[in-house]
Design a protein around this ligand. Structure first.
Ligand SMILES: Nc1ncnc2c1ncn2[C@@H]1O[C@H](COP(=O)(O)OP(=O)(O)OP(=O)(O)O)[C@@H](O)[C@H]1O
Ligand SMILES: Cc1ncsc1CCO
Ligand SMILES: [Mg+2]
Length: 263
């Protein structure tokens, strides 16, 4: 349930306005997430320390908080940034990396969720884990498929009044009322470490340029899928797929974006 013209509009707006996105993310993802945002037309800033993270959120147009390699000073920075974003009415995205794995991840994700993320972007296992711990899901499955978790994602989105953007072989985006499925991409995409983290950053950028967070999130994932598909036929493996998709993203056509949404 996404109009291809909306995704094309979001794609155009990213390039026309170059939104500044504050990305507080894990060490693994910083390079690819920043490069992916640049290739899409946005402007990344990896500003995380609590002494400046809240202040910087005042300048940024969206914030992304990713718990991939968390530690107390980083969590402090994330909380400062998302609180400042929330107070200013700016969108912010939570990426709950491996949230089910440890108590510290669960507690940190819960503290961030309390501050009302605009979007939660995760894989099926992460979404199922949050849905279960908040009473919106049915149980944890470490290797969950997005299709199996669709109803949990919808319940979670309704319960938290947020958008849930769940990636996998099929990406599923929902605000609890509307649900969109983005199909396609390439089976080697999950072999590119931190591509999901980068997808979260792109969702943040899209939310900065388009007020409807459901439409923005689905559009961002469609744009990424289109770039992956353009790169895939020439890629010899995950290494060349990684750089080729950055190239593809920087020259992506509106038609390619619209085609992914319309299928
Ligand atoms: N089996 C698959 N086939 C095609 N595309 C996939 C598949 N699995 C994931 N993707 C795509 O890969 C990208 C990253 O999503 P993924 O679900 O792997 O994130 P993630 O698990 O959070 O990754 P990471 O933690 O490494 O950042 C998305 O664009 C998604 O659509
Ligand atoms: C590999 C890895 N370890 C912690 S975060 C991260 C990036 C993918 O989420
Ligand atoms: Mg992830």
């Amino acid at each position: 349930m996404l109009d291809p013209r909306t995704a094309v509009h979001v794609h155009d707006q990213l390039r026309a306005t170059g939104p500044l996105v504050q990305v507080i993310t894990n060490y693994v993802s910083m390079d690819i997430a920043a490069n992916l945002l640049n290739a899409a037309g946005a402007s990344p800033a990896m500003v995380h320390d609590a002494r400046e993270a809240g202040e910087f959120a005042g300048i940024a147009q969206a914030v992304v908080a990713n718990i991939g390699t968390l530690s107390p000073p980083w969590v402090e920075g994330m909380l400062a940034a998302v609180e400042a974003a929330g107070a200013a009415g700016k969108p912010w995205v939570l990426d709950p990396v491996a949230v089910g794995a440890t108590a510290y991840r669960r507690e940190t994700a819960a503290a961030l969720i309390e501050r009302r993320p605009t979007v939660i972007r995760g894989n099926a296992s992460e979404i199922l884990s949050i849905a279960t711990s908040t009473g919106a899901g049915r149980g944890v499955d470490a290797d969950a498929d997005t299709a199996d978790v669709r109803t949990d994602a919808e319940s979670l989105a309704s319960k938290l009044e947020t958008v849930v953007a769940m990636t996998g072989a099929v990406d599923i985006v929902t605000d609890g009322t509307r649900t969109a499925e983005i199909r396609g991409g390439d089976a080697r995409a999950p072999m590119i470490t931190a591509l999901g983290c980068s997808a979260s950053a792109l969702v943040g950028a899209a939310c900065a340029v388009h007020d409807d967070a459901f439409e923005a999130s689905a559009s961002a994932l469609a744009i990424l899928t289109a770039a992956i598909e353009q790169a895939a036929p020439h890629a010899e493996g995950p290494g060349s797929l990684r750089w080729r998709l950055l190239d593809a993203l920087s020259t992506l056509s509106s038609d390619a974006v619209a085609e992914v949404v319309a299928r």
